[in-house]
Design a binder for this molecule. Structure first.
Ligand SMILES: C[S@@+](CC[C@H](N)C(=O)[O-])C[C@H]1O[C@@H](n2cnc3c(N)ncnc32)[C@H](O)[C@@H]1O
Length: 341
């Protein structure tokens, strides 16, 4: 607790609220200090004292008052109080929150402080029970980016909430990104009343579950080959009571899709880089007018060429290209909105 000697207006408690309002109007009240009290008098901390007694009566005196302590809300601000100020430019500002797990990227040069950073983040955010760092990149055929717990409970499983659904996730065995939450919601709002939707590369089924939850007449099929993700997708479908309308199919999309004896109204394709290679499979279960949302991470300069290539190689028309999140310098996750012709 910090106290300082400041000039105050010592004045009777009677009519104190009026004095406070007028001091604020005159920009004379120093609200970086807590208002003081003594007996029947109030002590108003002042920014300026000229003309005050003439205006209100009372006396100007010096008193020790307590500084208002601002709550620490940001990680950067909290670290500023603990770590050397020479490192301030490197402090992490943001983190991903998946359920009650916070996932940080520890900037280069701060490795030896990673535990302090993690402990600080856990302390300022009461909803976080695990603080972890992530491997640098997603990798392998299941696109996993495992975590290392730095503080809190030693686990990688949690329940993430978004758009009114609950999703059980294990960050060490499946792909999941909370950053796609806005995108899932956007797509769910485009879905028509009785559509049949196919989600290719569906992971723990977040797209399918959000789409089905927001559209009670819709049926969704998810296809995923990571057995851990399929298991969690099935749990998530039950957790959100969508068992009758959301289906989970396990296996390589190239093998599963030819066995599907139906055509879909809408298809979502969620691979970061090689989606276009699977358009042939998507078109196999499309009819004229099927909408396909296909994501691709590209440099800004590549988008037009990519669009032309898609239309040239396949029977479809790209009717929109939506930026669905930043990926790197001039790199974006684009959603190509297409209709089969
Ligand atoms: C970028 S993740 C997207 C997961 C999920 N749609 C989401 O938004 O959380 C891509 C997923 O595709 C799966 N995958 C990659 N190639 C596949 C294939 N040929 N057949 C089935 N699943 C595949 C990976 O295992 C991974 O879970």
């Amino acid at each position: 607790m910090t106290t300082n000697m400041v000039k105050v207006l010592k004045i009777s408690k009677v009519g104190g609220e009026k004095v406070r309002k007028k001091l604020i109007e005159m920009d004379a009240l120093d609200n970086s200090y807590v208002l003081g009290k003594t007996g029947n008098f109030l002590l108003f901390p002042l920014k300026k004292s000229r003309g005050i007694v003439k205006e209100f009566g009372g006396k100007i005196v010096d008193r020790n008052l307590r500084k208002v302590s601002k709550p620490v809300t940001g990680l950067k601000e909290a670290l500023g109080k603990i770590l050397p100020s020479s490192l301030a430019g490197k402090f992490p500002r943001s983190f991903d929150q998946i359920g009650d797990i916070a996932v940080l990227e520890i900037p280069r040069g701060l490795g030896k402080y990673e535990k302090v950073i993690a402990r600080t983040l856990g302390r300022i955010n009461p909803r976080i029970n695990v603080v972890a760092k992530r491997a640098e990149k997603y990798s392998g055929k299941y696109r996993i980016r495992p975590i290392t717990v730095l503080d809190g409970e030693n686990r990688s499983e949690t329940i993430h909430r978004e758009a009114g659904v609950r999703l059980k996730v294990d960050l060490n065995t499946v792909y999941f990104s909370p950053r796609l939450g806005k995108e899932r919601l956007r797509i769910s709002k485009l879905v028509g009343k009785k559509e049949k939707v196919l989600v290719m590369f569906s992971g723990i089924a977040p797209y399918g579950i959000v789409i089905a939850k927001k559209n009670p007449g819709v049926e969704v099929w998810n296809v995923e080959w990571n057995p851990h993700a399929v298991e969690l997708a099935e749990e998530n479908i039950k957790l959100n009571k969508l068992g009758k309308r959301v289906h989970s199919l396990s296996g390589d999309v190239r093998k599963v899709i030819p066995k599907l004896k139906k055509k879909f109204d809408r298809i979502v394709m969620v691979l970061p880089f090689d989606n276009a290679e699977f358009l042939v499979d998507a078109l196999m279960v499309s009819k004229k007018g099927t909408i396909i949302h296909m994501y691709s991470i590209l440099n800004e300069s590549e988008v037009d060429k990519f669009k032309v290539k898609l239309e040239k190689r396949h029977s479809l028309k790209v009717f929109d290209v939506v930026k669905a999140g930043a990926y790197g310098p001039k790199m974006w996750r684009y959603c190509f909105e297409m209709q089969s012709t």
